[in-house]
Write a protein that binds this ligand. Structure first.
Ligand code: NDP
Length: 375
């Protein structure tokens, strides 16, 4: 007769229960929408560090960044971050899973994870160099994850983390704003009707700021409904003209880029600590175009030049960046659960409709967020 030793039995049972594959949308090379491929054989995420958790994805939020990354945006810097010693060959990031926003349920915790348990409902914004949320499961560091707001469904929750942590990083960390110092501040948001804008309007209104927004004429009611005090239609002519007739601002959040910085800094109150924070920056394009070392030098030189040019006029020029943060999401959850910020989901797609969700993103003119329901 056949008899198992205890250790053999444990090894055998561990072997049969651990999943090794999952369903996901992957890209195997950079390109347009036809590079998206559905597979049931994507590698199941593995906990490599004791502070990591595996999250079962219920919903995944999309951002314009996903469309850019599908086309190879940021590939140079992100490959270096994934493989700092350059051990692997180029292209080792494939198959790549996109999707930066997740709302889901903790399935497994690393040995050092204290703050979360299996079955906790969580939300997170995923760092750019990690595998994304267009999959059944994703592995994250516990400090990137936060308990999801109880007042939101998973689809609603998945629409928030990336834009919220970006707005938080730009307005709080870079812009110096907080719930205690916004009461008498005038803020201008260039581009208020998309993902970042719809979140930033609500957060600043929750903190008592006066918020002016630029958007298309047909988005005016929408942004007013989110709390915007003053709305300027950028399609009616040069938007800087009506804006310069208004009182000057303490902070400008620029979600648009391009030539806005030629005129926007003149709208700030000089010599009062006022800041212009641009979200559209050349950082990743520079490293894609020039390589890591030259790209970073170019970025530092451009940034220093612009900051100096404006500091002599008494205003601060800054770049804002997405910064994944569980603790920031904890604070945002409290504002959401207090009913002061709502999720703005424009359209929801099923897991089988991911290419359609990307097509929708590519058309632009967002009025809030696009979300994929995974399970
Ligand atoms: P969305 O696509 O969700 O929204 C963009 C919005 O801007 C749309 O509602 C669009 O509507 C509106 N818009 C377009 N042109 C203008 C204009 N000239 N003036 C005013 N509104 C305009 O993008 P997000 O909100 O998610 O992101 C905004 C920008 O910030 C993107 O370029 C993104 O790449 C960048 N970003 C950068 C990050 C970083 O780490 N640096 C992080 C996150 C975002 P309509 O065309 O109908 O007017």
């Amino acid at each position: 007769s056949f008899c198992w030793h205890g250790s053999q039995r444990r090894l055998f049972s561990a072997t049969i229960v651990r999943r090794t594959i999952m369903s996901a949308w992957v890209v195997d090379k950079y390109g347009s929408n036809d590079v998206l491929r559905f597979t049931k054989n994507a590698s199941f995420p593995v906990i490599n560090y004791p502070n990591e958790v595996i999250v079962k994805v219920c919903a995944a939020g999309l951002n314009p960044l996903d469309v850019s990354m599908r086309g190879g945006y940021g590939a140079a810097t992100l490959s270096m971050k994934r493989d700092p010693l350059n051990i692997q060959q180029s292209g080792s990031e494939f198959p790549l899973i996109l999707g930066r926003d997740v709302s889901g349920v903790i399935m497994e915790c690393g040995l050092d994870v204290k703050y979360f348990r299996e079955r906790d409902e969580v939300w997170a914004a995923i760092p750019l160099w990690k595998q994304g949320s267009l999959a059944e499961f994703v592995v994250l560091s516990a400090n990137e994850v936060s308990h999801k707001p109880k007042s939101l469904t998973h689809v609603e929750a998945a629409s928030v983390p990336y834009v919220a942590t970006t707005a938080w990083s730009a307005l709080v960390n870079t812009g110096g704003l907080s719930k205690d110092n916004c009461g008498n501040k005038r803020i201008l948001i260039l581009g208020g009707s998309g993902g970042v804008g719809t979140f930033a309007i609500q957060m600043l209104k929750a903190w008592g700021a006066h918020v002016t927004v630029t958007c298309s004429r047909n988005a005016e009611r929408f942004v007013r409904g989110l709390g915007a005090d003053c709305v300027v239609d950028y399609t009616a002519g040069p938007v800087e003209e009506p804006l310069s007739a208004l009182d000057k601002f303490d902070l400008i959040l620029d979600n648009i880029g391009g030539d806005t910085e030629c005129w926007a800094l003149n709208l700030l109150k000089p010599w009062s600590g006022a800041k212009y924070v641009a979200l559209v920056t050349p950082f990743l394009q520079n490293t894609d175009r020039l390589g890591i070392a030259d790209g970073m030098m170019q970025t530092a030189a451009t940034m220093a030049c612009k900051a100096l040019k404006h500091i002599v006029k008494g205003v601060h020029y800054r770049w804002g960046f997405f910064a994944p943060s569980g603790p920031a999401l904890d604070e945002i959850r409290d504002i959401v659960d207090a009913g002061k910020i709502r999720a703005v989901v424009e359209e929801t797609f099923s897991f089988s409709q991911v290419p359609r969700a990307f097509e929708k993103m590519e058309k632009g003119h967002a009025r809030g967020k696009t979300v994929v329901q995974i399970s």
